[in-house]
Write a protein that binds this ligand. Structure first.
Ligand code: SF4
Ligand code: SF4
Length: 448
């Protein structure tokens, strides 16, 4: 299937026309709030996109930079009374930028080729990179480099990136989760578990907890050890054709007709996974299956509430927890209430509402790497709100947010536990089963 001739010009023009320039989205846009400049707002960006589609404006470097200054947080979608599909406009605009070559440079091309076209197109390569990084951390080389002062020789930006290197898990999902995990109670559902790409290296314990919680709630869980990236990284970074190729691979690996649900525990991935039909609309071989796929993809919180999960009998030690909403869970998937309901049903937890809970934390995919200044401002604002709640635990349902908050708290010396809601639920089940000697998240296997 070939690329659309132009990603913006090929778009149904009524999508642009839906914007009635009311400006109700402006106050919810983090980049507009920080700058007060119209072109950094959803309304301003839509006007630029439309001007390009109309041939009133040339697609220049400035337009490309504007599209990458947008977080893609979709807060404007929630605010918009006219239902403007900003998600589609955003992805098509970035694809148009890449198609035009407006931002090309040898350095940028090299990084994009390595990360997007090579590393994340085959997760065996990513796993290999993860194993190398784990060795570097486990052998103490990272710690030595950090304490010896040798890193001071690096340019400032490199030092900042090094400080953001995530801790690689001692075991990945395939080591922790059996390909088939039987339901612990009576089997009611057959579900597939998506283990993700970066999530598998950095938060495989959350994948293990997710499968454990599903099995405790009547689900037989199918978790193939080798999986593919969902393509969200590619779609959000203008690689429309690669995103399509990965969507087809997912549908082939997890035929939607074979499962009651296909589970994602990552807000950003889930938001993309639910729109495969739109991505494959022009592909007659996949269009209908993609529509069924979209209906079967469930975020873990959404699925657990939908099936009426069994609340844990006993609680975990009393603790105050607050909830930060992943943008793509809240604005992309409209899942806002379910994680709170899940947390409220865990005995021992006191849920404290977080001010501006659905305001972006600055992670936004790779935004914290490409736009460190704006990402840093957003992180500071988020951590300030978390501090104001007095909670010692913050729960959030997306690996990017988890990592951003973990790093932010570490750099500032804040004592804060950052955890996925499903891990708190898994922990509570273990406490219910074994009492005070329960295993904590990060240990044990499931279905093995
Ligand atoms: S996606 Fe977020 S940053 Fe981009 S225009 Fe919408 S609200 Fe603003
Ligand atoms: S995107 Fe929606 S809220 Fe924003 S100006 Fe257009 S119609 Fe109004």
């Amino acid at each position: 299937m070939s690329a659309p001739p132009s990603y913006l010009k090929g778009l149904d023009y009524s999508v642009f026309q839906q914007c009635m320039h009311c400006g109700l989205c402006l106050s919810t846009c983090p980049t507009y709030a920080a700058t007060r400049i119209e072109r950094h707002s959803p309304r301003g960006r839509i006007a630029l996109m439309r001007a390009i589609a109309d041939d009133r404006l040339e697609l220049t470097r400035a337009f490309g930079e504007e599209m990458y200054f947008c977080l893609g947080c979709l807060a404007c979608v929630t605010a918009c009374p006219a239902g403007v599909d900003y998600a589609e406009l955003f992805e098509r605009s970035r694809a148009a930028v890449e198609e035009s070559g407006a931002l090309r440079s040898p350095r940028r091309d090299g990084i994009r080729w390595f990360a997007i076209r090579w590393l994340f197109m085959d997760l065996r390569r990513l796993e290999l990179a993860g194993r190398a990084l784990r060795l570097y951390q486990q052998l103490g080389v990272q710690s030595l480099a950090r304490h010896s002062g040798i890193l001071r020789l690096l340019p400032r930006r490199w030092r900042e990136l090094e400080a953001m290197t995530p801790d690689i898990q001692p075991r990945f999902s395939a080591d922790l989760i059996a390909p088939v995990t039987r339901a612990i109670s009576q089997k009611k559902y057959r579900v597939a578990m998506l283990t993700g790409c970066a999530q598998d290296l950095i938060f495989s314990d959350i994948n293990r907890d997710t499968v454990e919680v599903l099995a405790r709630n009547g689900c037989e869980v199918i978790t193939p050890p080798e999986q593919f990236c969902c393509g969200s990284l590619h779609a959000h970074n203008g690689e429309w054709l690669l995103a399509q190729a990965l969507a087809r691979k997912q549908i082939d690996q997890f035929p939607p007709e074979h499962f009651d649900a296909i589970i994602s525990n990552a807000g950003g991935c889930g938001s993309h996974l639910k729109h495969y039909r739109k991505l494959l609309l022009e592909d007659p071989a996949y269009r209908d299956r993609a529509a069924l796929w979209d209906a079967k993809i469930k975020d873990i919180h959404e699925w657990l509430i939908e099936i009426g999960f069994e609340p844990p009998r006993k609680g975990i030690p009393p603790q105050a927890v607050t909830y930060h909403e992943s943008c793509h869970l809240a604005h992309g998937q409209k899942i806002s209430d379910q994680p709170r309901r899940l947390l409220a049903l865990i005995p021992g937890l006191k849920l404290i509402e977080l001010p501006e809970s659905a305001w972006c934390c600055g992670s936004a995919g790779v935004y914290n790497l490409t736009q460190p200044e704006m990402a840093g401002q957003l992180l500071e604002r988020k951590l300030g709100h978390i501090r104001s709640t007095g909670a010692s635990v913050v729960a959030t349902g997306n690996p990017g947010c988890l990592l951003q908050l973990v790093n932010g708290a570490k750099v500032r010396g804040m004592s804060l536990r950052v955890v996925h809601p499903v891990s708190l639920l898994a922990e509570a089940y273990r406490w219910s089963a074994r009492g005070a000697g329960a295993e904590m998240a990060g240990q044990g296997t499931v279905g093995k």
